[in-house]
Design a protein around this ligand. Structure first.
Ligand code: ARG
Length: 445
């Protein structure tokens, strides 16, 4: 039973919030006249002393005392004597742990959001410094159309902006005070729920004691936001892995963010990106655990809920560590611009532009698509690129495929510059997108 029951090995992590919540509760009891002013002061001083002891690593956590709450309360009674037993008046561990978790999640959301901010800022900085670097845009992992690296990097940042928004939303919703909800049905003492809520910088006291003590959707929500972030970072990680291959050679990670092989002396591995990819599995696992934990749970606290801590602690750990490592890896990587540009030379990337050229001369797009399809086949048969075919072949495919602008249609750089709509890769458009992105992120922090 002890092994099943105890949770302090995990939930000691809540100690800061447990002390902060207890101080607010004790002061609230003082204001309500449930404790005398002197008793409240004694209890708060005892709690402050325990804070110092834990900070110095002096408090010995005892598994026999079950959890972080009982460990701290029992140390309080050791320090201040029987008056320590008055702290728990009008409170249950059910509203206490719900309060600790909300305070903790709020702090970690802030930390995760600033980790996302730093990652986005590193990505936008690289988008700015790589503005001249052209590369293919891919669909199905096949070279599709000419584009630029900055445009690709800004796509990464768009996802992160939404991830940050999801965390901010979840943070705002969870910022309510359970204290005063008691075990399940509130308290008969005249507790100052408003004042305690304000002291803890919550938006308001939670409006239903059954909900306040027995609901953990705030953790599901935060874990979901972190899992989506994890999936996004795994996609970025995957691209770094692929781009680091000899076959691609688009990116070289700095030594600080690569690892070597214990056997093969030549190896320089993109472990940072692979670990980020791997952590996303744990993030998906955490949100799954939290969802299943509450599925079918009747209203009113059930001890199942003690199992909510490991997944949410792990989720923040994985997400923040991944974001921070990715930030350093991206900031310090070298992009191989000549390799990227060279990738534009093969794969007939300007085939769409050639079709568009015909469309501008009045040919319906479907027909133009068909004509250029035949041109690509001919080029493939001859083992050349469409731009290398003789003029006779082009004119034979369609009489409008002639004139000085034809060369422009087949030039990757010109193709990128033509795509100047908002959301496109032309240089001026991307420069404007970089400024807009910086402004959007600045407005958040
Ligand atoms: N350690 C418990 C948890 O994390 C605290 C609440 C215990 N409540 C109870 N009625 N036994 O959920």
């Amino acid at each position: 039973m002890e092994r099943l029951n105890t949770s302090v090995d995990i939930d000691w992590e809540l100690w800061r919030e447990d002390i902060t919540g207890s101080i607010a509760h004790a002061e609230g009891l003082g204001r309500a006249g449930v404790l005398s002013a002197g008793e409240a002061i004694t209890i708060v001083a005892g709690l402050e002393q325990i804070r110092g002891e834990i900070e110095r690593g002096d408090l010995v956590w005892d598994r026999k005392k079950e959890d972080v709450h009982m460990n701290i309360e029992s140390r309080l009674t050791e320090i201040v004597g029987p008056v320590g037993g008055k702290l728990h008046t009008g409170r249950s561990r059910n509203d206490q742990v719900a309060t600790d978790l909300r305070l903790w999640a709020r702090r970690r959301c802030d930390e995760a959001m600033s980790a996302i901010d730093a990652l986005a800022s590193a990505i936008i900085d690289r988008a700015a410094s790589e503005i001249e670097t052209l590369m293919p845009a891919y669909t199905h992992m096949q070279r599709a159309q000419p584009s630029r690296l900055s445009h690709h990097l800004l796509a990464w940042q768009e996802l992160l902006l939404r991830d940050r928004g999801r965390l901010a939303d979840a943070r705002a919703r969870l910022n309510e005070s359970p204290l005063g909800a008691g075990a399940v049905a509130g308290s008969g003492f005249p507790l100052d729920r408003e004042g305690v809520s304000r002291a803890l910088e919550f938006r308001q006291p939670m409006q239903n004691s059954i909900d306040a003590t027995g609901s953990r959707d705030f953790l599901m929500e935060v874990a979901s936001a972190l899992a989506i972030l994890g999936v996004h970072m795994s996609r970025i990680g995957e691209e770094i892995v692929i781009w680091s291959t000899t076959e691609f050679g688009f990116i070289t990670l700095s030594d600080a963010f690569s690892t070597s092989s214990s056997m093969m002396p030549q190896k320089k591995n993109p472990d940072v990106a692979e670990l980020v990819r791997g952590k996303s599995a744990r993030l998906i696992g955490s949100v799954t655990t939290l969802l299943v934990l509450e599925k079918g749970l009747p209203f009113g606290y059930g001890r199942d809920l003690q199992e909510d801590k490991r997944p949410i602690f792990d989720a923040f750990e994985c997400a923040v560590a991944s974001a921070r490592a990715l930030t350093g890896a991206i900031a310090s990587a070298t992009f191989n611009a000549p390799r990227m540009k060279a990738a534009l030379a093969t794969g007939h990337l300007c085939a769409t532009d050639l079709a568009d050229f015909l469309v501008q001369r009045g040919v319906p797009f479907r027909e133009a698509h068909h004509v250029v399809g035949a041109i690509v086949r001919e080029a493939e048969n001859r083992g050349v690129q469409i731009g290398e075919l003789p003029q006779e072949s082009l004119s034979a495919a369609h009489s409008s495929l002639i004139g000085p602008e034809l060369a422009l249609a087949l030039d990757p750089e010109a193709a990128v510059e033509r795509r100047s709509l908002v959301g496109g890769p032309a240089k001026a458009t991307v420069l404007a997108a970089i400024s807009a992105a910086r402004a959007r992120w600045a407005a958040l922090s």
